[in-house]
Design a protein around this ligand. Structure first.
Ligand code: GMT
Length: 370
């Protein structure tokens, strides 16, 4: 098939899933065309069967805001004609889905199939805002196929937008050959003491990630065990985190590592992942961690209970209950046997349920069914 993938190129779950899906489809012989305003960060080298089309948004003094959505629509229409695409897969409803719908009309290609994958914030935060609500509902109803990354997101979408259309749940995935625990001797040495516990949090540091509770959980953990906190990623709540770290005098124990392209080495030296998000449709980082044998302490919201089995591959608690999350963390950190069981089961669960091979089969089958 000739497949166009429209996605956000930056660090963030939806862009990562879109890029990894494109890479896997290209490996299977499909021609994959990425359309975005920047090269997706995971397209780090030349891949056979992958093409990248950059959207340029010319501006003019009259335009208060650069009209990216229009430039994107134009680019998609051009590609539909020139590359004779069979499928356009839009990741994130706003504005990608609508741009693809209009582009199909412009290119007069009714046989082209449009697929939208809903990732979470496009529905629960952005799409639900009255300024975008009508548009989001229309996009969902007018694309040929819609998928959601968890049952929780599927249900939320139907409830919020009163959608009658069938929405297929296709879970996120990782390449389990790439995401596997590695030996990272140079980082182990840098930690000075091997027995120190590494607690990791990886996110875009938005409010929804509940960053203050990451720090509070770690603060309680660090009173009982020798530990340090690795904070990976960056965003608006970073300054909140820095202030709390200072107030709690944790400067020696918390490392702000910024955005990282390759997180496997960091996960490989980690003992626990914290994700106390207020909302989370899936939590891609949980399967990345579990694949690297890192148990997860997360909140019991959204799609997280579908990803992390409570008491089996990690523990779940109310996002506000940081004390319970700290207690559960310590239960794993202070019992190496239990920790190992959770770590092994986490890896097994990802291999069985969230494995790229299996999930990409589902997407391929879904395209063909349309
Ligand atoms: O985590 C974020 O806020 C970024 C956001 C995105 O659009 O990249 O993530 C959403 O999509 C990911 C990939 O499907 C999911 O793993 C995240 O759970 C989801 N984020 C939220 O629902 C808050």
């Amino acid at each position: 098939m000739r497949i166009g993938i429209v996605c956000y190129p930056s660090h963030g779950g939806s862009g990562v899933v879109a890029t990894e899906l494109g890479k896997q489809l290209a490996r299977r012989g499909h021609k994959v065309h990425f359309i975005s305003y920047n090269l997706p960060f995971r397209l780090d080298k030349f891949y056979d069967n992958i093409y990248y089309h950059e959207v340029d948004t010319p501006t003019y003094p009259l335009f208060k805001y650069p009209p990216y959505s229009l430039a994107l629509t134009n680019k998609i229409a051009e590609l539909i004609r020139y590359e004779k695409l069979d499928v356009i897969h839009a990741h994130y409803a706003i504005p990608h889905s609508l741009c693809a719908i209009i582009a199909r009309d412009i290119a007069k290609a009714p046989e082209l199939r449009l697929v939208t994958t809903l990732h979470g914030t496009d529905i629960t935060l952005v799409g639900n805002d009255p300024s975008y609500r009508e548009l989001t509902k229309y996009s969902i109803e007018e694309t040929d196929g819609v998928t959601a990354v968890s049952k929780a997101l599927w249900k939320e979408t139907i409830d919020i937008f009163d959608i009658k259309k069938r929405i297929e749940v296709i879970y996120n995935f990782v390449d389990v050959k790439e995401y596997t625990r590695q030996s990272v001797p140079e980082v182990d040495i840098a930690s000075g003491k091997k027995q120190i516990k590494n607690i990791i949090h990886i996110s875009n540091f938005r409010k929804v990630k509940n960053i203050p509770n990451v720090i509070k959980i770690f603060h309680l953990i660090s009173q009982e065990v020798d530990a340090r906190l690795l904070l990976v990623g960056g965003g608006p709540e970073e300054c909140v985190a820095k202030r709390m770290v200072q107030q709690l005098q944790l400067e020696d124990k918390v490392l702000f590592l910024g955005k990282q392209d390759n997180i496997v080495p960091l996960l490989s030296i980690s003992d626990l992942l914290l994700l106390p998000s207020k909302k989370e449709s899936f939590g891609l980082v949980c399967i990345e961690a579990m694949a690297c044998k890192v148990p997860v302490i997360a909140s019991n919201t959204g799609g997280l209970p579908e990803v992390v089995e409570d008491g089996v591959t990690g523990f779940l608690a109310d996002p506000d209950d940081y004390q319970k999350m700290a207690e559960l963390s310590l239960r794993l950190l202070q019992n190496s046997g239990l920790h190992e069981e959770f770590a092994e089961r986490g890896r097994r669960r990802v291999v069985e349920k969230f494995n790229a091979e299996k999930i990409v089969d589902q997407y391929e089958k879904y395209y063909r069914s349309l």
